[in-house]
Design a protein around this ligand. Structure first.
Ligand SMILES: Nc1nc2c(ncn2[C@@H]2O[C@H](COP(=O)(O)OP(=O)(O)O)[C@@H](O)[C@H]2O)c(=O)[nH]1
Ligand SMILES: [Mg+2]
Length: 456
């Protein structure tokens, strides 16, 4: 397993909590100590460890839940904090079909770029893409042969020119050849010597501006631990890093430090390298990664259970709301996500102190599908600013969606009420009056948002 030692100590800490008859203050303090020890020994930065554990402690101490739910809640706090530390799941690379997509790999020598080009080629080939590799490394003797050998294993074409000494020329010429060859994905390997070398950074910049890749991926050696931070920063200054691949996570005790350091640079980690072999590589998904680390295979089940006691708000929507924006789409998605959990009434009651009439709540649950059809007949402008929906527009929407006026009116009513309700909720937050019964995660989240958006 990756980060075996860290995983073992985290799992032990979680098991300890699970075994306790009740989770009291002492138990929380003991858990915090266990977590700190585990994270520090995985080379996670001291400040970050304290910030993480402080967050967990605060939420764990301040949240009132029933005894049974409390255990799961605290485990989920740990889980969420770890995921937050690892950054979210990156959006997939935007690959255009019918076009050649160029992915440029950068990083210092020995970080594992060439190996990773082979791994990526295999990964995308298995997904059905026509993949080619380009090597532009003119520094390392045998760099060209290294990649040829790797790509031969998986029957992927490798472009390069061992006789040319100018890396930028190679990059341009050989990538062009690959584009003409009609490849879907072209993986460009580069040289890397030392992060301080200005020349190297300049070369990267030139290759980037010549090739205009779909994505630049930084390859970082996981054995660096928290030192990965400064390296990632250095490269991010020079090139447009889109994501990071952390290699050599097999057999290093410092993986936690490397992963958290990379995430701290605000780049997402897209893949991780787990060995020298071409298939020792996987997509990085913080949720399942943390689930494995904590020894909680069914994190979904646990999350669901805790969700029943917790309010879940889409952070993007919350941000828009904080700026006073709340659209019909927001209403729809919010209700839909709540409906999925099947606890809409409880949740609305929880955040609103029961101020939304029952009839209204039931109405939303029942009408969600009808609303979807109505929404599909509306323009973006109308959804963002429903005020403009007057007679003529309403008629058009009714005809377009095959709905009657009452459905549309009902939805607009719901929207207005919900908007009013949200406004009141936000005002209360602004005044620092917490909502009774709102669990810590939500309250903390909104407080943080409040700070970000400077309420006063
Ligand atoms: N254990 C392990 N070794 C790796 C991994 N990725 C690369 N390596 C090794 O690291 C060394 C340098 O890799 P290379 O791809 O040549 O790095 P480059 O200089 O950045 O192109 C080689 O010996 C690789 O086999 C990995 O995920 N795990
Ligand atoms: Mg190389």
């Amino acid at each position: 397993m990756v980060l075996e030692k860290l995983g073992r100590s985290l799992e032990q800490a979680i098991r300890k909590v699970r075994r306790l008859p009740i989770v009291d203050k002492d138990a929380i303090n003991a858990l915090i100590q266990d977590l700190q020890r585990a994270l520090l020994s995985s080379d996670v930065k001291v400040e970050l460890v304290f910030e993480m554990t402080e967050n967990i402690k605060k939420d764990a101490m301040n949240t009132k839940l029933t005894k049974a739910k409390r255990k799961d809640f605290i485990i989920k706090l740990v889980h969420d904090e770890l995921i937050k530390t690892l950054g979210g799941k990156p959006a997939p690379i935007r690959l255009k079909s019918g076009k050649s997509n160029v992915i440029l790999l950068v990083g210092i020598q020995g970080s594992g770029k060439t190996t990773t080009v082979g791994k990526l080629a295999r990964f995308y080939k298995n997904k059905g893409y026509k993949v080619a590799a380009v090597t532009t490394d003119t520094y390392r003797p045998g760099a060209y042969e290294q990649l040829v050998q790797l790509t031969n294993q998986i029957d992927v074409k490798c472009f390069g020119n061992p006789d040319e000494k100018n890396a930028i020329k190679i990059a341009v010429k050989e990538t062009k050849k690959a584009i003409n060859g009609g490849y879907d994905i072209i993986l460009v390997d580069t040289a890397g010597r030392h992060k301080e070398e200005k020349e190297l950074m300049l070369e990267m910049q030139k290759i980037e501006s010549a090739l205009k890749p779909n994505e630049v991926i930084l390859v970082i050696d996981g054995t660096l631990g928290q030192l990965a931070y400064s390296q990632a920063e250095e490269f991010a200054k020079a090139t447009n890093i889109g994501s990071i691949i952390v290699t050599k996570l097999d057999g290093t005790a410092k993986g936690g430090g490397a992963l958290s350091a990379c995430a701290a640079t605000n780049q997402s980690i897209r893949f991780i390298g787990l060995g020298e072999k071409i298939d020792e590589f996987e997509e990085f998904d913080p949720t399942s990664f943390v689930g494995t680390l904590l020894g909680i295979p069914d994190i979904e089940g646990l999350v669901k259970k805790v969700q029943e006691a917790e309010v879940d708000i889409d952070p993007d929507m919350a941000k828009r709301m904080m700026r006073g924006k709340f659209t019909l789409d927001d209403l729809y998605y919010q209700l839909k996500s709540i409906k999925k959990v099947g606890k809409m009434k409880n949740i609305l009651a929880m955040v609103g102190g029961g101020n939304i009439p029952d009839a209204l709540k039931d109405d939303a649950e029942r009408n969600l599908e009808k609303w979807e059809i109505v929404l599909n007949s509306m323009t973006k402008e109308e959804k963002e600013n429903p005020k403009i929906i007057k007679k003529t527009r309403k008629r058009r929407i009714a005809i377009g969606s095959g709905s009657d006026y009452s459905t549309i009116n009902r939805m607009l009513d719901q929207y207005n009420q919900m908007k009013k309700f949200m406004k009141r909720f936000l005002q209360m937050q602004k005044k620092g009056k917490g909502m009774p019964g709102v669990p810590g995660g939500m309250a903390q989240f909104l407080n943080k948002m409040g700070k970000d958006f400077k309420f006063s």
